[in-house]
Design a protein around this ligand. Structure first.
Ligand SMILES: Nc1nc2c(ncn2[C@@H]2O[C@H](COP(=O)(O)OP(=O)(O)OP(=O)(O)O)[C@@H](O)[C@H]2O)c(=O)[nH]1
Ligand SMILES: [Mg+2]
Length: 363
């Protein structure tokens, strides 16, 4: 039997992981064996740690994006097939675009025997979508905003996410404007966090004939490369030790310090996410813009002295500045702890995208 593969893209912080988690739950309840593939420029991923809690199998393609490491993506799909998975949800790196030409067409062309590929979906944070439709950059570098627009232009399904934050009329208006701006996309609206519209979206994907129906013929790789390169990228794992520490308060304090620092210096945050695992209990904190977007989910159990923290930050600055920011603010937050050790800390600036394949015709 062919493995069904769904690609769920969208910019940093749009809600891909949250929505995939909800979709995985809905599909599992409907009797599917669901697998999830995450993707990042480096290892130590918050998303993988979080998605493991959805149950089912997870695989990580790290060190390069799906488009630049297509064989890595194929290997991950094969491992899912071997594990008896019938539907795979895959989350490409949030700053990637041109996926129709670099992933969808090659999969259709070379793997149609093994893979039943569904429509390409791109998630859009409702607030960022509104800014982009207004010709603004959503606080980001214009080349990063260019990537968001290109993601929306190439997709089969444009999925407006976080609708729980806005009145219904506002979402209806946004949907109408998105349909006008991106006429080749089917536009739908969901809340990944609350699961609203997720089963309907999955059913629509099941019944749609669309699958990479069009390509970005005019994409400028210089602008795309600049849009990725303006972001510093940091992934780290840290061991924290503190007797009677309130880990949720610690997480809030660290995120608050970092977020204030970035806002004061006008350094736009693509996505800052920190996960603390208290044995099997997870606390996850995210910032997807200015400090007003700071959210922490999960409740601390208490009574745990040693925890592991994973930090993934994508912020508009050099990797060296980002490393300095994380090390300095961590040192301040950790003043309340007994001690901490940084196990791994990797910093990078994404290189120029160099896809394994790039098709110039629709298969
Ligand atoms: N209110 C609300 N918040 C959401 C929703 N979906 C996601 N979020 C929040 O948005 C933030 C980012 O969510 P993620 O799912 O990690 O985003 P992502 O697209 O996977 O981000 P990257 O992996 O960095 O590209 C988190 O704080 C989520 O809780 C939603 O439907 N409603
Ligand atoms: Mg994610």
């Amino acid at each position: 039997m062919k493995t069904r593969v769904l690609i769920i893209g969208g910019f940093l912080g749009a809600g891909k992981t949250t929505t995939i988690w909800s979709a995985a739950k809905a599909l599992s309840q409907a009797g599917h064996k669901v697998g999830i593939i995450t993707n990042d420029q480096a290892s130590e991923l918050v998303d993988t740690r979080f998605l493991e809690t959805a149950g089912g199998k997870t695989a990580e393609v790290s060190g390069s994006c799906f488009c630049c490491n297509f064989p890595g993506f194929i290997d991950a799909i094969s491992s899912m097939k071997e594990a008896g998975i019938d539907i795979v949800l895959s989350e490409p790196v949030g700053s990637c675009t041109d996926l129709s030409a670099t992933i969808v067409q090659p999969l259709k062309d070379q793997y149609s025997e093994q893979v039943s590929l569904g429509p390409l979906s791109v998630l859009a944070d409702a607030a960022r979508l509104k800014d982009i439709l207004n010709g603004e950059t959503s606080g980001l570098h214009p080349s990063a905003a260019y990537i968001i627009r290109k993601q929306m232009e190439e997709t089969d399904f444009l999925v407006i996410n976080k609708i729980d934050l806005y009145p219904e009329e506002e979402i209806a208006e946004l949907k109408k404007r998105a349909e006008e701006a991106f006429p080749l996309a089917t536009v739908i609206a969901v809340s990944g966090l609350y699961g609203t519209g997720i089963s309907e979206w999955m059913q629509a994907l099941e019944h749609s004939e669309k699958c990479g129906t069009h390509l970005l013929t005019d994409i400028d790789y210089d602008v795309y490369a600049e849009g990725e390169a303006v972001l510093g990228w940091l992934n780290a794992t840290v061991q924290l030790h503190g007797k009677d520490c309130d880990w949720k308060a610690f997480l809030e304090d660290l995120l608050d310090r970092l977020s204030r620092r970035f806002d004061e210096r006008k350094q736009a945050v693509g996505h800052l996410k920190i996960l603390i695992s208290e044995n099997k209990n997870l606390l996850v904190g995210n910032v997807v813009g200015d400090r007003s977007t700071l959210k922490v989910r999960g409740e601390a159990k208490g009574g745990v002295s040693d925890v592991e923290m994973t930090v993934n930050a994508r912020v508009q600055m050099s990797p060296a500045e980002l490393e300095e920011a994380v090390r300095e603010e961590l040192e301040k937050s950790a003043a309340s702890l007994d001690s901490y050790e940084i196990d791994v800390l990797k910093c990078l600036q994404p290189g120029r995208p160099n896809p394994t394949h790039r098709y110039d015709t629709v298969i």
